[in-house]
Design a protein around this ligand. Structure first.
Ligand code: HCR
Length: 423
């Protein structure tokens, strides 16, 4: 079959597909040799911006918590290019990642490259905590600055006539423990455009929310080519004093707009900034990502992603479909055998560094949840704590059919007691 014919049959197969991305069989040239468990690294490729709130000093009459919210918003905007465009740059277009197996892990670190700040070392740990549905949990930890970003994400996809629509489940929690300040971040829906034209790319949709424990509330609205400015990857972010103020756009304390993959500008108040007169907010073209350092494959544990997928990844790189298939089957059969043994022994795969918390166990009077940052920030932002898509608000009818409140959380002690996996 020619590439065009294989692509046509792939398009036909996804037209009838709904749900679990692992069941999507793609032609070799659309496969990425990288597993989805690695995508957690994209949260911290601008590690200086992630840690910046720790170094902010109060300026003029501006509340320092607001200055920190602006910094967190900037860091979040800086993550988007790595999260959603990096395959276009490294692989020439969006690709289908390897579907991680249960227990697959990916770890690495960012060294301190800064000239005038003491950032210290930042580490990433990422673990596939569920296979059906696929869920990846991660933590990014900087001990020197007592800062932790943790979160998890899963996706559910459906095909429309021209695009693959993807809803994200999960959220991220960012804790600045020295500042006693936390942030909840929701994950936007997206769709894959350009499938029919043979060149898939991601477009973000709707919005992300950042809720600070100090009350400040940022809404980031995404549009693709054509809406606000006619340019791809456009967004407009508004920072409000709190959720209630966000009901009127005129209440915005700051407005930021531009392209998350290129330049954006910021202005005070609610008017749209203009690129000629307002201050540059973030310039993704002149702020190159800092890639993390990963151990050599020889030094990796068999559960570490690059070691486990090595033969499949090499087969993808040379485009050998039969070899991809046979190497993948070995890995998948091995997983099936493990599940059978667990079933026989009435045991469960034990997650390494994360635990699933059932929030429905706690009732409103339960004071063990008084200090739970997810509950507190969700309340401030009026967000649902049910297992609905990320960012659904607590009054939405989308909550009606969902009763579960299960969320993955980092267990730092498990990582501190880790003896087998070295960063
Ligand atoms: C080429 C295409 C038709 C195959 C389908 C690929 C599909 C499964 C991929 C494509 C884009 C992927 C997103 C990716 O852009 C970024 C993220 C953010 C990261 O934090 C969590 C994973 C996620 C949502 C990827 C999921 C897999 C997607 C949708």
């Amino acid at each position: 079959m020619t590439s065009a014919a294989t692509w046509t049959s792939f398009i036909k197969s996804i037209a009838s597909y709904n749900g679990d991305l692992s069941s999507l069989t793609a032609p070799p040239f659309i496969l990425s040799p990288t597993s989805l468990v690695e995508y957690s690294q994209y949260w911290s490729e601008h590690v200086d911006l992630l840690l910046e709130p720790n170094f902010i000093k109060k300026i003029d009459n501006e509340p320092i918590e607001l200055t920190r919210m602006i910094a967190v918003t900037k860091w979040f905007i800086s993550t988007l290019k790595s999260q959603y465009c990096s395959r276009n740059e490294t692989l020439g277009g969006e690709k289908k990642p390897l579907n991680p197996f249960l227990g697959e892990i990916f770890v690495g670190k960012w060294d301190d490259n800064s000239i005038n700040k003491n950032l210290g070392e930042t580490i990433l740990i990422s673990e596939q905590v569920s296979h059906h549905p696929p869920i990846t949990a991660y933590a990014v930890e900087n001990k020197l600055n007592n800062t932790i970003l943790e979160g998890y994400n899963g996706v559910r996809a459906s095909m429309s006539s021209t695009a693959l629509n993807v809803k994200q489940f999960g959220h991220a929690l960012l804790e600045f423990r020295n500042l006693n300040e936390n942030y909840l971040i929701t994950l936007p829906p997206l769709h894959i455009e350009g499938i029919l034209a043979f060149s898939p790319f991601v477009e973000l949709e709707q919005k992300s929310i950042i809720q600070s424990s100090a009350g400040y509330y940022t809404i980031i609205e995404y549009t693709g080519r054509g809406y606000f400015s006619g340019k791809k990857n456009s967004f407009k972010a508004r920072i409000f004093k709190n959720f209630n103020d966000s009901k009127k756009k005129e209440n915005a304390l700051y407005t930021i707009s531009g392209q998350w993959s290129e330049k954006s500008t910021i202005s005070k108040g609610s008017s749209t900034p203009s690129s000629s007169k307002d201050e540059i907010f973030f310039d993704a073209l002149n702020n190159k990502p800092q890639h993390l350092t990963v151990k050599s494959i020889d030094d990796q544990h068999p559960l570490e992603s690059r070691k486990a997928w090595l033969n499949v990844a090499n087969a993808i790189r040379i485009g050998d479909y039969d070899l991809i298939h046979s190497e993948k089957s070995k890995l998948e059969n091995n997983q099936r055998d493990l599940r059978k043994i667990e079933e026989k022994n009435n045991s469960k795969w034990s997650r390494r560094w994360f635990d699933e918390i059932d929030y429905s166990k706690f009732n409103n009077n339960d004071n063990s949840l008084e200090n739970d940052i997810f509950i507190n920030l969700s309340k401030l932002a009026h967000l649902s704590i049910k297992n609905v898509a990320s960012g659904v608000d607590d009054s939405s009818s989308k909550n009606d059919d969902v009763d579960t409140m299960l969320h993955w959380r980092f267990v730092p002690e498990n990582f501190d007691n880790e003896t087998e996996i070295k960063i």
